[in-house]
Design a binder for this molecule. Structure first.
Ligand code: CA2
Length: 151
């Protein structure tokens, strides 16, 4: 059975504690618990990682390439706008990924409008709050369980 990997980048461990007017009041643990239930109902395995370090996220992506990870859901946070290393890692493992942003990055500062990931993503969900993770997982489940995608 293939696994879904959810990756959250720098500072997202602070969700629910600060900047709740932008990112909402749910903690990362709350979000991940909901995703775990959603994946279980669909009969899929799901793993979660969060890191504040770019090199650790690159390493998690490499490890995903060696395991049976069928799809990655990633909120790379600020690294979205800066990291060629993350882009290269995702291109390197060739695992389809869905990019999620809690806030509407297009309605904020100019520097948030560019992503190093969007053009190579299977899809992007922005500005729908933490529901974006749920919607990304719904799409991932459909991708991984549709009959034409079976081994
Ligand atoms: O909207 C998103 O999900 C972002 O990826 C969040 C990033 C930001 O750099 C991106 O432009 C858009 C920032 C994550 C910081 O998360 C915090 C959560 C609570 C308190 C402080 C920071």
């Amino acid at each position: 059975m293939s696994t879904i990997l959810v990756i959250n980048g720098p500072n997202l461990n602070l969700l629910g504690q600060r900047e709740t007017h932008i990112y909402g009041s749910q903690t990362l643990e709350d979000i991940n618990a909901g995703l775990q239930t959603q994946a279980e109902k669909a009969g899929l395995d799901i793993d979660f990682v969060q890191s504040n370090a770019e090199h650790e996220i690159v390493e998690h992506i490499h490890q995903a390439g060696k395991k049976k990870v069928g799809l990655i859901i990633i909120n790379a946070a600020s690294l979205t706008h800066t990291s060629i290393a993350l882009r290269d890692a995702l291109l390197g493992v060739k695992i389809p990924f869905i990019e999620v942003h809690i806030s509407n990055v297009y309605s904020r500062e100019e520097f948030r409008k560019h992503s190093y990931l969007s053009d190579i993503a299977a899809g992007c969900i922005v500005g729908l709050g933490v529901q974006g993770y749920e919607l990304a997982l719904q799409a991932a489940i459909r991708q991984l369980t549709s009959s034409k995608n079976q081994d």
